[in-house]
Structures are given as C-alpha cells and as structure tokens.
Ligand binder design. Sequence first.
Ligand code: DX5
Ligand code: ZN
Length: 218
Amino acid sequence: MIKIAPSILAADFSKLGEEVREVELAGADWIHIDVMDGHFVPNITMGAIVVDALRPLTNLPLDVHLMIANPDQYIEDFANAGADYITVHVEAAPHLHRTIQLIRSFGVKPGVVLNPHTPVESIQHILEDIDLVLFMTVNPGFGGQKFIHSVVPKIEQLSRIIDEKGLDIEIQVDGGINEETIVPCAKAGANVFVAGSAIYSQKDRAAALQGIKQVGEE
Ligand code: DX5
Ligand code: ZN
C-alpha cells in the first residue's frame, strides 16, 4: 500500500550510484530525483544527465520532480534519460494541459505538484489526465525543512474527490516526512512518501526506511 521514495538530494553525491543501490536493497519503492534550476526555486541541483547515469543502476521507477521554470523545454531530455514519472509544478506550468500531454507523449507518467499554499481546486480540471499528485509539505528548494501541517486537509480533500470520481491517481507527499509526519498524511489518504534527510542522514538507512514505511502502514 505505502510506497517510499527516498530523495537522493540528501544522499552523498560523490557516490550516488551506491547510495541509490543501498536504498533499493533497503526496500525503497521509487527513487525521487529533485531537479532545481535556481529560477523557480532558489537552489540548483541536477539535470537529465544524472537521471541518465542512474538509469542502468536500478530497477526502481525514477520519479523526477521538476522544480524548474519552463518545464516543457526539458521534458524530452528527462524522458530520454529514463524517467518513469515526471511531475511539474502547477505554479511553473501556465499551459498545464499541454505540458501533461507532452509528458505522456514520451510514454512517461505525468504528475502535478502543488506548493503548500496552492489550492486543490487548481488541478480539478486536469485530474482525468494525470497519474500522480504531489503535495509539497515544505516550500520547495531545500531538503531538511520542517513539515507544514496545514497541507494535510488538502490531502484529505483530494482523496475524497478521487474516491468520488473513481480515479486511479497516486497521492504523494514531499517535505519533512519522517516517522511522525507520515502518520497524518497516510490517514488523509496519501500513499507515496518522499523522504530525504529522514533516510539518508541515518547511519542505518534500511532501518530508517522500514521504520517510516511500517508506521505509515499502521
Ligand atoms: C524539496 C524537495 C524534497 C526534499 C525532501 O524541495 O522536493 O524532495 O529532498 O527532503 P526532506 O525529506 O529532507 O524534507
Ligand atoms: Zn522533491
């Protein structure tokens, strides 16, 4: 039921391949890749070249979270690099429907991301077209921030809409997820959890990952 997507943003970049393999062996379900451009968010991380390098090293789905301005310009690159999911911020995609179709045209599963303050209503007319909704529970840009609780009612709201409409959409949460904060999100209906520092900053990553997953499944 519950999927854990470790965010490699918190990994040791000098040995990224090993870091990915370690969480795969530990039971990770997806690998979350945070792409930041220094424009949409105040930080710069990695591009399609990193997705391409990791692709042969893992069988897990690569979940690419684009925190970039003008995402349309780079979607083909990420698709060719081997992304399985590409999520774009509603706030960065003025022609969201076109962007979603573009992602799908490359055989990649599309998702949309909502910043903590962005209402669920902003995606109500695109739900039929997407596979994933990602709720930010921190302001995007950095790992290791504090979970914003006021996002939880939004998760409940979307979860209700998905049930009513009988849609098949994964609900993902990203930012400040740990053994405590996963609980209200899972209760609210989320099923995919990104965790960066709560896994990679621990000595025993397997124990950390399994601990979070177990609590989420209770
Ligand atoms: C923040 C990123 C997150 C981040 C999560 O902009 O989207 O994926 O890596 O890190 P933690 O789990 O440490 O909050
Ligand atoms: Zn992310």
